[in-house]
Design a protein around this ligand. Structure first.
Ligand code: MOS
Length: 701
């Protein structure tokens, strides 16, 4: 089945946040700090305030009122704990210090540059290497009971001492930007004084609604979130950011609909990034390759205005079986904007380190890297002590190896050449937990022979419209053309969150249940019978609303998805240019709801991983703390010419322990392991082990 929203997207009729047309709309432009640490000593807005078209200028001296939200992930959540314009302190370069509102975007932007700011500057802490690290706290607050990154079992020191083969190495990753196609933007529209409509990309509509309600002292039903389409989020569009809070508060003050679009440059500081990481891994193994110890220590950085740990060690205790295991996670505060969730937070940098280390161990022991992984397949999640449900990791490895032709791999480095270039093969494992939440869905059967599926759950480009329509069509026995899907509006029933790759596993069971329920109400087994009964009944619609939620299956099983990547690289040694040539990914994600959109998710993840491996890095000037990478020209990521053919295959069976659809979700797993597979292939090609991402030409020369 083709993408349900494909035509709307390619013809431009899909409406994104900044494109909603609201009569009387005015425009806000953010004023941002030019220093990374210190205090505003004076802020002169007079020239800006009297510039043509200017309606208002907001700074910390006249900031519109906002209440502090609970910010615990349950009642509400904002990305940056400090509220915008709440004081004169500067915590990072590019921090929002004002908002200029004018009748046009250009006039607001012009006037924003007329605001004169003086600072008392303190030396910023910018470099992770010189920052002070402490044990990282539980990431989502104590109420979420999220596991800390620290865990230990067995006797590591004795184990390592007795190992036949061991490696210890340190791996780093750079600060990365989400860089979604759709920039961050919001329109805040207050009606009748106390009702707020927010047009803003939101991966979690209901949490956004609750959060704006808390921020402005409103009841939840006084806030409406509208987000039918999202142009990529990757974790950066789940909760209100400071620009959104400021826009909504300024709009309330002015009682005018107000739009704020964050520029690409401003997005570097104000809408999240993935922290740089430093990870040291020690592996010890017997001569036959069985692991006897894994020691994984990770460091990442956060901002002075938020605690966010890149949870690199979270996945380690589930990946390979070993009797001796230690993970630790440390965090330092530096003067940068807020780091946050970015596609496979933790799993991605964690597997970069672990899967690089596994490759190093394979060379050390002279064992094939596929064999090494087969040998250490885990049967249960060590930390939870629960078996995996429907795990087919070894099949991913075997099928991938066969598709790629892995058995013909040259056994020595620098032994393959083609067209004057060195050729290398690499592989790595992939994994991501299976998550699921509660969801409510309404189904209506209408007299015109169509079914409408309604839920606030959303589609950030991943394929939700498509799989919801496909599921409804299947249960109702109705062609998908006759299924209409409405998503991304808080007026609709709570459809959960597009995060943690859980939207499909959350929503599909609810869609199935609501469709079955509506057929029961219609006393029918198929939609056509139901429509006939509807016609006879004289009613206008048959309607059902049902909710589904996880039960206690999580007490019996660990739900986790698995995969393996195989790739080839060519390296032109004279100019140190790396090209990724063929790519094979084999994934085990439970049931595949839609082969096209699922494969697209994996391809997108692989492409994003190739960017991480070879190109993406955001640097901050070590003296003034300002990002020196600030737009889509200076932040390099892959274009079409950089991307090989990516062959995607799914293996395994539906995971019915997890939910009635047997689906585990597919949004994030594709990126995990990609950068390690590439680094491993580069080692095979060149004999150079690069442990610092991205692998730019300077590191290979
Ligand atoms: Mo994802 S980083 O949970 O949007």
């Amino acid at each position: 089945m083709n993408r349900k929203d494909g035509r709307a997207k390619v013809t431009g009729t899909a409406t994104y946040a900044a494109e909603h047309q609201i009569p009387g709309l005015v425009h806000g432009y953010l004023v941002t700090a030019a220093i990374a640490h210190g205090q505003i000593t004076s802020i002169d807005t007079q020239q800006a305030a009297t510039a043509p078209g200017v309606i208002a200028v907001f700074t910390h001296e006249n900031s519109p009122p906002v209440s502090k939200p609970t910010n615990d992930f349950i009642a509400s959540k904002i990305y940056e704990a400090r509220l915008p314009l709440s004081d004169d302190q500067i915590n990072y370069a590019g921090q929002i210090i004002g908002l200029v509102v004018a009748d046009t975007f250009e006039r607001a932007r012009h006037a924003a540059h007329l605001v004169k700011v003086e600072y008392a500057t303190k030396a910023p802490i910018i470099e992770a290497a010189t920052a002070t690290y402490n044990e990282a706290a539980s990431m989502f607050g104590e109420s979420m009971k999220f596991e800390k990154g620290n865990f230990a079992t067995g006797d590591l020191a004795t184990a390592i001492a007795g190992a036949a083969g061991k490696i210890t190495a340190t791996y780093t990753t750079s600060t990365e930007l989400h860089a979604p196609m759709e920039p961050h933007a919001i329109i805040a529209h207050w009606q009748d004084g106390e009702n707020l409509t927010v047009y803003e990309p939101s991966q979690w509509v209901i949490c956004s609604q609750r959060t704006y309600a808390e921020l402005f002292g409103l009841s939840v039903d006084q806030v409406r979130i509208v987000t039918p389409f999202i142009g990529g989020g990757f974790g950066s569009k789940a909760f209100p950011w400071s620009h959104g809070i400021l826009c909504a508060s300024a709009a309330r003050k002015l009682q005018r609909p107000l739009k704020v679009v964050v520029s690409r440059r401003q997005m570097t500081a104000n809408t999240g990034h993935r922290s740089e990481t430093e990870q040291t891994i020690s592996l010890g193994a017997k001569a036959d390759g069985s692991l006897i110890s894994i020691d994984h220590a990770a460091k990442s950085c956060t901002s002075p205005v938020e605690v966010f740990t890149e949870p690199c060690t979270g996945i380690t205790s589930s990946m390979y079986a070993t009797p001796n295991l230690r993970t630790s996670q440390e965090l330092a505060e530096i003067n940068v904007g807020v780091p946050t969730f970015m596609r496979a937070p933790g799993e991605n940098p964690g597997l970069w380190a672990l899967e690089s280390a596994m490759d190093e161990l394979a060379w050390e022991l002279n064992i094939d890297p596929v064999e090494l992984r087969l040998k250490n397949d885990s049967k249960e999640h060590q930390r939870r002590g629960l078996p995996f449900s429907a795990k087919h990791f070894t099949e991913c490895l075997r099928v991938g190896a066969a598709q790629f032709g892995w058995e013909e791999r040259a056994k020595q480095v620098r032994s393959l050449t083609r067209d004057g270039k060195l050729i290398g093969w690499g592989m790595a494992a992939s994994t991501f937990p299976g998550l699921r939440s509660a969801a409510t869905v309404t189904v209506k059967l209408l007299a015109d022979g169509t079914a409408h599926i309604l839920t606030s759950g959303n589609d950030m480009g991943t394929g939700t419209y498509t799989i919801v329509a496909g599921t409804a069509g299947e249960v109702l026995g109705l062609p998908v053309e006759q299924v209409r899907v409405e998503l991304g509006d808080s007026l609709l029933p709570n459809g959960g969150m597009a995060g943690g790759s859980q939207m499909t596993a959350t929503l599909v069971p609810a869609v199935m249940s609501a469709c079955k329920e509506v057929l029961q109400i219609a006393k029918a087994t198929t939609a056509s019978e139901a429509f006939a009964n509807l016609h006879q009944s004289g009613e206008s619609t048959f309607e059902a609303t049902t909710s589904t939620a996880p039960g206690d299956e999580g007490k019996k099983w660990t739900f986790q998805s698995w995969g393996a990547h195989f790739c080839e690289v060519s390296v032109d040694e004279e100019i140190a240019r790396v090209r990724v040539t063929p790519w094979v990914s084999v994934m085990n994600i439970g049931r595949v709801m839609n082969a096209k959109t699922a494969a697209s998710q994996i391809r997108g993840g692989v492409i994003m991983g190739i960017g991480q491996a070879l190109m993406e890095e955001c640097h901050f000037d070590p003296n003034i703390g300002y990002p020196v990478v600030y737009d889509l020209a200076t932040y390099h990521y892959p274009s079409h010419a950089d991307i090989p053919r990516i062959q995607v295959t799914f293996v395994g069976e539906p995971d019915y322990n997890f939910n009635p659809a047997g689906v585990r979700g597919v949004g994030e797993i594709g990126i995990t392991g990609v950068s390690a597979a590439i680094a491993n292939a580069i080692y095979h090609a060149t004999g150079k082990r690069i442990r610092d991402l991205p692998i730019t030409p300077d590191k290979l020369l």
